[in-house]
Unconditional design. Structure first.
Length: 372
């Protein structure tokens, strides 16, 4: 019941014109290989997809603030020279990613503004090389997180603030890019992979503002380099599509595991048959072998039923994914009863022959016997 309502809700959103495409993924921006853009052209920002990103560039000092973008794939370089590097070694998707820098001196906050006020699904974030290695090893300005003993409760926090079309704050979401506050030091971490941050709690927003805070503070303010990296700002439907893709992949893995198990069990039955044909076992041993064969055959039968159920589940998920990505036939939400009836009939067709009859009951009864 609940799953069909969710699917119908997704269909309603699609019919209403809600897109499953990315809001911004930065791959529509032109860059030479292994390079970056930091606003040195004086344009004051850039656009990707249906969002705009601010930028401030000071030609006197060659400094910048707000957002830049890059496609550098080197996760090993350290220090200020690696401020445009992504610690994960590349974009979350495609080639390009955005780099955010909080310019305290010029009071520049990285800000993203979407064309139309809307609900955002979320964004992928990680650390820049500059911030990552500063926290991991320390440098001439910032401490090594955890200190010499590893016990210092250090942290580096990204805060995202959503605002509506009137500039009114709709909420904040916090994400720790590093956290050493655990009592068990083995749980301490500095993020070095792409992580998804859910933003749906904001409701409809027109803009996002990004700020950073840290436990490492000195006389002149925060010592930790105030950089973060982000990619692929997505809609709720796009996130739903990603979740369904992950579910399909997981079910395909389970299907492969069942196929492997069935193949091994069939091989075991062949080996037992060969042993019986050889005439080596005595009557008592032969009885045990026959019991083993029977249990193995029952296991195979049970796994075949599980396999069939998995295949149907994958087919249904692929249908929903096709609708989400615009490749499938859109269903009228008023057809809920028809969808439910079709689903229940498919579930009743246990042996998958397209007909509901006594053979389905026999198959189901056999399955019950197997698990008793």
């Amino acid at each position: 019941m609940a799953s069909w309502r969710l699917i119908n809700l997704i269909i309603v959103l699609i019919i209403a014109g809600v897109s499953a495409a990315d809001i911004a993924n930065f791959d529509d921006l032109s860059l030479d290989p292994d390079s970056y853009w930091n606003g040195s052209d004086g344009s004051g920002g850039f656009a990707s997809g249906s969002a705009n990103f601010n930028n401030f560039y000071d030609p006197m000092w060659g400094s910048w603030g707000g957002f830049a973008y890059s496609n550098i794939k080197d996760p090993c370089s350290e220090g200020w020279a690696a401020q445009f590097n992504c610690i994960s070694g590349g974009a979350q998707s495609g080639d390009n990613y955005a780099v955010g820098y909080i310019d305290i001196y010029n009071e520049i906050t990285p800000t993203m503004v979407v064309d139309t006020e809307q609900v955002l699904g979320g964004v992928y974030v990680t650390n820049s090389n500059f911030a990552y290695y500063s926290m991991l090893n320390g440098d001439m300005f910032a401490k090594k997180f955890g200190g010499e003993t590893g016990d210092d409760p250090d942290w580096f926090l990204l805060t995202i603030t959503g605002k509506d079309g009137n500039g009114v704050q709709t909420g904040t979401v916090e994400f720790y890019l590093a956290d050493y506050r655990f009592g068990d030091n083995s749980r301490d971490y500095i993020v070095n992979t792409w992580e998804y941050v859910n933003l749906t709690s904001f409701g409809a927003v027109k803009s996002l503002e990004f700020s950073l805070s840290s436990s490492d503070i000195g006389p002149w303010g925060i010592n930790t380099p105030l950089y973060f990296v982000m990619d692929t700002v997505i809609t709720p439907l796009e996130r739903a599509a990603q979740n369904i893709e992950e579910a399909i992949a997981s079910k395909n893995d389970a299907l492969a595991a069942i196929d492997t198990a069935i193949a091994k069990e069939r091989a075991a039955i062949h080996a037992l048959n060969a042993l019986l044909v050889s005439g080596e076992p005595n009557d008592l041993e032969a009885a045990d072998i026959y019991k083993a064969k029977l249990k193995t055959r029952l296991a195979i039968m049970s796994e075949r039923i599980s396999r069939r159920t998995l295949i149907r589940s994958i087919d249904k998920l692929e249908d929903v994914l096709a609708i989400l990505t615009g490749e499938g036939e859109q269903q009228d939400p008023s057809d809920d009863e028809k969808l439910r009836d079709k689903y229940e009939r498919e579930m009743a067709d246990i042996n998958g022959d397209g007909v509901i009859n006594i053979l389905d009951f026999a198959t189901l009864s056999q399955h019950w016997l197997e698990i008793l």
